[in-house]
Design a binder for this molecule. Structure first.
Ligand code: NAP
Ligand code: ZN
Ligand code: ZN
Length: 347
């Protein structure tokens, strides 16, 4: 009997529809989680629409999972029934390569097992959080601080860590000027976290429509990328700019806003190759880099940081039956700032 209710894309580009399947019974080291909420990340849209290729269908998306422990295997040490927990973008990795040993399982050189559209170590497809339960090895489960609401905490599992990790790696903090390009799901978490780290935060948005929100979220400055004056006025100022835009944008324009030794870091996935001029990099020892989510230890550090600073995502909760509409609204930029599915509506 299939034991898990879900919504899945039956084929590439097809609308999501009800789907059921079996989760494994919890093994010795497994935690069984009743999923309460799951965030809708732009990646779920790229993936279900097969914009990156190699999609696996039926696909149950969802990697911003928040829920409650319902059972634990006999050897589980870190969690007990009733704990508030999260699952992010991956559920396993080789555990022995250099990256895994450093706690950077997201860069596992053997192969990270992603939460969906991936294969587990037994070769079974993984299914994500647009579902009512999940079973995950305790080493890949995160603890959600008790003061954070489960719905607002769900997006921390991807959007939160995807910004926390580069902000920390490239030294966001007091005395540092940080720019965030795109005020969406990832971007709004970047503003909150960079502000809490003590950096001076600037938002680069396509227009000034979200300016008031940006300031409320913690931005010190807000500029429209549609205004050429932005790129004149801010030349050479930033230590770090994180680009969350899910499309190809003008990287050269932002490189010119970096100070000497500044870094432009991609987290948004462009839909096309982007031209980049060498000279502005060479002339000021600037870097262009990328970053993907974060490891388990760093994700837990991010959750504890967010607990301490009372940071959760700004969300709109939707029933799972509205997921296709929510996808359309994300693509149109009509969400402030993350849709979260109420997984109780799968009943
Ligand atoms: P989102 O909620 O749709 O936000 C993206 C924001 O980018 C929009 O709110 C908009 O902000 C801006 N934008 C959208 N289209 C644009 C365009 N054509 N040109 C310029 N700006 C545009 O998406 P998200 O969930 O934050 O995800 C963003 C990207 O990050 C996706 O590509 C996703 O796959 C990727 N991602 C990467 C990682 C990682 O580990 N690296 C993790 C999660 C997601 P304004 O209205 O303010 O301009
Ligand atoms: Zn994501
Ligand atoms: Zn590994």
């Amino acid at each position: 009997m299939p034991n898990t209710k879900a919504f899945a894309a039956p084929a590439a580009k097809a609308p999501l529809a009800p789907f059921s399947f079996d989760r494994r019974a919890p093994g010795d080291h497994d935690v069984a989680i009743g999923i309460r909420f799951c965030g809708i990340c732009h990646t779920d849209i790229h993936q279900t629409r097969d914009e990156w290729g190699e999609g696996m269908y039926p696909m149950v998306p969802g990697h911003e999972i928040a829920g409650v422990v319902t059972a634990v295997g006999p050897k589980v040490k870190k969690f007990k029934v009733g704990d508030h927990v999260g699952v992010g973008c991956f559920v396993d990795s080789c555990r022995t390569c250099t990256e895994c040993k450093k706690g950077e399982e997201q860069y596992c050189s053997v192969g990270t097992v992603f939460t969906y559209a991936s294969k587990d170590k037994e070769g079974r497809p993984t299914y994500g959080g647009y579902s009512d339960k999940i079973v995950v090895d305790e080493n890949y489960v995160l603890r959600i601080p008790d003061n954070l609401p489960l719905d607002g905490a769900a997006p921390l599992m991807c959007a939160g860590i995807t910004l926390f990790s580069p902000l920390k790696h490239w030294g966001a903090g007091p005395g540092r000027k940080v720019g965030i390009i795109g005020l969406g799901g990832l971007g709004h978490m970047g503003v909150k976290i960079a502000h809490a780290m003590g950096a001076e935060v600037t938002v680069f948005s396509q227009s000034l429509k979200k300016q008031e929100d940006g300031k409320r979220l913690g931005a010190d400055h807000f500029y429209a990328t549609s205004d050429p004056e932005t790129f004149e006025k801010l030349k050479g100022q930033f230590d770090l700019i994180v680009n969350t835009v899910p499309a190809a944008n003008n990287w050269d324009q932002f490189v010119n806003l970096l100070a000497t030794d500044g870094s432009l870091v991609m987290v948004g996935v462009p839909d096309d190759a982007v031209p980049l001029n060498g000279f502005p990099l060479i002339a000021k020892r600037r870097s262009v880099a990328g970053s993907m989510i974060g490891g388990i230890a760093e994700t837990q550090e991010m959750l504890d940081f967010c607990g301490k600073h009372n940071i959760a995502s700004d969300i709109e909760v939707v029933p799972v039956q509205k997921v296709n509409e929510a996808f359309e609204r994300v693509v149109r930029g009509d969400v402030r700032y993350r849709f979260v599915i109420d997984c109780a509506t799968l009943e």
